[in-house]
Design a protein around this ligand. Structure first.
Ligand code: FMN
Length: 386
């Protein structure tokens, strides 16, 4: 289908300065459509099947409103925070997103440079289109490596050892994508991966990643799907902190905590896994309740603004991951775009904190949220705290 073939030459040249009309992080979403070929945009923006979860992810944030407080002392306000015992300048991390050269030749290297410029942590995908070694060499940013279990254990172990040697400081094991359901939107748009872009980290293993392979034969893919024993095996192979990404069930969260996992990313893969699953925001309070106040929890799926981040933190997340916005900003202006988008998100969070009356990330809790209601009850306002 040559008409659908996506050539890199189709990409509009990305910008070297930021357009004046980008005033919020979410503005990159619409602008990116001018920089990304339509089939590729469909692949990135789309969810799975009927996109029910994709839509629910956004709606979940509108189900809460913020209840601001007055006259708080904000003189020492800061976004600095501690996550799993480590200092972070802010609680906003760059999510693992595969094949970033699809939208910009700098790809993951540019995202990593943006992470360094904004004191952010980059989580590099197993399916990155620049090698994990090249990305590590290009930036002093704090880097975590997102691991997909490979069909052959030696290959998984080799990835882990390479990540350790290259200076990645944590592993993020994604467990909600044993089968990649092809996006209907991307299929209808005729998207497929051009030959010049591939999962270069896996090149020497001569076998397809189960996560990268199309679901032609579901049962053969499931034979390679990781289980609890595989996770325990992994724990014995590395001293790196291990996060698990893709958790939605409180019982899984409890079991992972009991296993000694460092932390959890509450995620539905941005609506790209099983369509019709719960949203991260829906499950977060239940998962927080199951693992207790101290256990490290990150959240993603649907975040588009500082206000969304505030709501996720209020419901119990220690930090958040940014998926699609990263790719949209990368397409518009490479490293500069991603850095600008992250700066905007952090400022939006700062404004939200200031106007809600919070001077520290640890101040943000459920007392600042209420369920949104279509018609407020006159004379009777329910507060969840204080
Ligand atoms: C195009 C695309 C590729 C992705 N690739 C990966 C991946 O390789 N590994 C992974 O763990 N998650 C992957 N994700 C999921 C993201 O890490 C993250 O969970 C999701 O994008 C968050 O939702 P958001 O896009 O609404 O921010 C991908 C998401 C998108 C949109």
């Amino acid at each position: 289908m040559p008409g659908f073939f996506i050539s890199m030459t189709n990409l509009l040249k990305s910008l070297t300065s930021i357009p004046a009309d980008i005033v919020t992080a979410q503005d990159y979403e619409a602008l990116a459509q001018r920089f990304i070929p339509a089939p590729t945009y469909a692949y990135i923006a789309g969810g799975s099947a009927q996109d029910e979860t994709l839509a629910a992810n956004r709606a979940a944030f509108s189900q809460y409103v913020i209840c601001p407080r007055l006259l708080r002392d904000l003189s020492s306000a800061t976004t600095h925070t501690i996550i799993a015992g480590k200092q972070f300048a802010h609680p906003i991390l760059l999510a693992p997103v595969a094949y970033q050269r699809l939208v910009h030749p700098g790809g993951e290297i540019d995202s990593a440079r943006a992470a360094a410029a904004t004191d952010s942590t980059l989580i590099l995908s197993t399916l990155s289109s620049h090698s994990l070694e090249d990305v590590a060499a290009a930036t002093p940013a704090n880097k975590w490596f997102q691991l997909y279990f490979q069909p052959v254990r030696e290959h998984t172990l080799d990835l882990v050892k390479r990540a350790e040697a290259a200076g990645y400081s944590a592993l993020v094991v994604t467990l909600d994508a044993s089968i990649q359901v092809p996006s209907r939107r991307a299929q209808h748009a005729g998207f497929y991966l051009p030959p010049e872009i591939s999962a270069v980290n896996l090149r020497s293993y001569c076998s397809e990643s189960s996560a990268a392979a199309p679901a032609k034969n579901i049962f053969s893919l499931l034979r390679n799907a990781p289980n609890w024993q595989d996770l325990q095996w992994l724990q014995a192979q590395t001293k790196l902190p291990i996060w698990v990404k893709g958790v939605l069930h409180p019982e899984d969260a409890k079991a992972l905590k009991a296993l000694g996992i460092t932390g959890i990313v509450v995620s539905n893969h941005g609506g790209r896994g099983l369509d019709g699953v719960a949203t991260s925001m829906q499950m977060l309070p239940l998962i927080r309740g199951a693992v207790g106040a101290e256990f490290p929890l990150l959240l993603d799926s649907g975040i588009r603004s500082g206000k969304d981040i505030f709501k996720a933190l209020a419901l119990g997340a220690d930090g958040v991951l940014i998926g699609r916005l990263q790719i949209y900003a990368l397409s518009v202006a490479g490293a500069l775009g991603v850095a600008h988008m992250m700066k905007l998100l952090r400022e939006e969070l700062e404004v939200c904190m200031a106007m809600a009356g919070c001077s520290a990330i640890s101040d943000i809790d459920t007392t600042y949220l209420m369920p949104a209601v279509s018609a407020p009850t006159i004379g009777a306002v329910h507060f969840s705290g204080e």
